[in-house]
Design a binder for this molecule. Sequence first.
Ligand code: COA
Length: 170
Amino acid sequence: MVELVPLEKKFLDIVTKWNYDPEVSLYFSKRAPQSRDQQLLWLYNTLKDSSKKKFIIIHQVSKNPVGMVSLMKINLTEKQAEFGITIGEKNYWGTGVAAAAGNMLMHYAFQVMTLQRLYLNVFENNSRAIHFFSGLGFEKTGASKIDSDGNVVIEMQLFQSNFLKNHTRP
Ligand SMILES: CC(C)(COP(=O)(O)OP(=O)(O)OC[C@H]1O[C@@H](n2cnc3c(N)ncnc32)[C@H](O)[C@@H]1OP(=O)(O)O)[C@@H](O)C(=O)NCCC(=O)NCCS
């Protein structure tokens, strides 16, 4: 259903479009880079940062880029990383594209990179995303924090052992 390709410069405009979409970015803590120079700097810094891996989700039938999945704060010593997903093209919400891309990234993280834990931070009021992440197997850790805008952010996690129990092949 989807293919994951590494983020590169040709996707900068579409990623910027998604970041500026108020519905898509409603639950993001970080502000999108404003000027073209800031966007290019964000891309440059992201691509050279070995603690981050970002992939564009390509819908296999239409060949359109529809979103992005990310591993961030990759820590190979602690064997863990932060997981992120955005479906920027809203007409693909509810189509199964997000679950397909999320599963591919989890296979990559747990089976190729052999990480042991994935975690994520999600706004407490982002019910759709929390429901979605629960469907992927993530569970609330009970940890929460308040971001600089006063939003309550909760943590969810998934262990490699739990993932592998339910999935044996991509
Ligand atoms: C979060 C996101 C990736 C999920 O993708 P999606 O295609 O919308 O997800 P799905 O429709 O497959 O799954 C969402 C689930 O929540 C349910 N849902 C939808 N709206 C809901 C709501 N307001 N409250 C609770 N559950 C809701 C759906 O019925 C579905 O449940 P099901 O799988 O049991 O049928 C996507 O909506 C997105 O990119 N949102 C904007 C960015 C974002 O919030 N990213 C996460 C930041 S941490």
